[in-house]
Design a binder for this molecule. Structure first.
Ligand code: FMN
Length: 167
């Protein structure tokens, strides 16, 4: 059978393979029409440094999808090792997502989470549809960093670097 004729694998086989990818955990924040939201995401990738571009991959059924498209902006907050409760919080749809949280609104209005290892604020530059998701490409307009070890996700669980692996 030629490679072109071979059927795609099923979703379980695909997920089993992707479980081997260790990823940094982020919260993508969005804002439109006075509404703020955030969603936990690992599908985040650097695209180019000059001009500065990154991409995020967002399920069309998420509330964030509509807010990113309408607000034409988003911010990627790379969580620090101690921020697992934020990852759990933003992995579900909640009514008042930022109630009780320490954050500032950047120049796009999107929330920048306090104590994140880094926050990259983006203006929406381009988008591509891919399966159930949209790839949003952002032009990075502001970066804030902190000296913090990252929170990771690997094989279905949150992880941290061993102390000797940081710094
Ligand atoms: C570790 C982890 C990584 C995730 N990565 C993504 C992602 O990259 N893209 C995505 O669309 N959803 C991702 N999700 C699911 C969203 O966080 C989840 O659907 C969330 O409820 C969306 O919130 P919203 O509907 O308020 O936007 C991830 C969830 C977890 C726990």
């Amino acid at each position: 059978m030629s490679a072109a004729a071979r059927p795609a694998v099923d979703a379980d086989a695909f997920k089993a393979g992707m479980r081997a990818l260790a990823a940094g955990v982020t919260v993508i924040t969005s804002c439109a029409d006075g509404r703020l939201n955030g969603m936990t995401a690992t599908a985040v990738c650097s695209v180019s440094a000059s001009p500065p571009r990154l991409l995020v991959v967002v399920n069309r059924e998420s509330a964030s999808h509509d807010l990113i498209a309408r607000g034409a902006a988003f911010a990627v907050n790379l969580l620090a090792h101690h921020q697992e409760p934020l990852a759990a919080r933003f992995a579900q749809r909640i009514e008042r997502p930022f109630e009780g949280l320490a954050f500032a609104q950047g120049q796009t209005g999107c929330p920048l989470l306090e104590e994140a290892a880094a926050s990259l604020e983006c203006r929406l530059d381009d988008r591509h549809e891919a399966g159930t998701h949209t790839i949003f490409i952002g032009e990075v307009v502001h970066v804030r960093t902190a000296d913090a070890a990252p929170l990771l996700y690997f094989s279905g669980a949150y992880r941290r670097l061993a102390p000797r692996d940081h710094g």
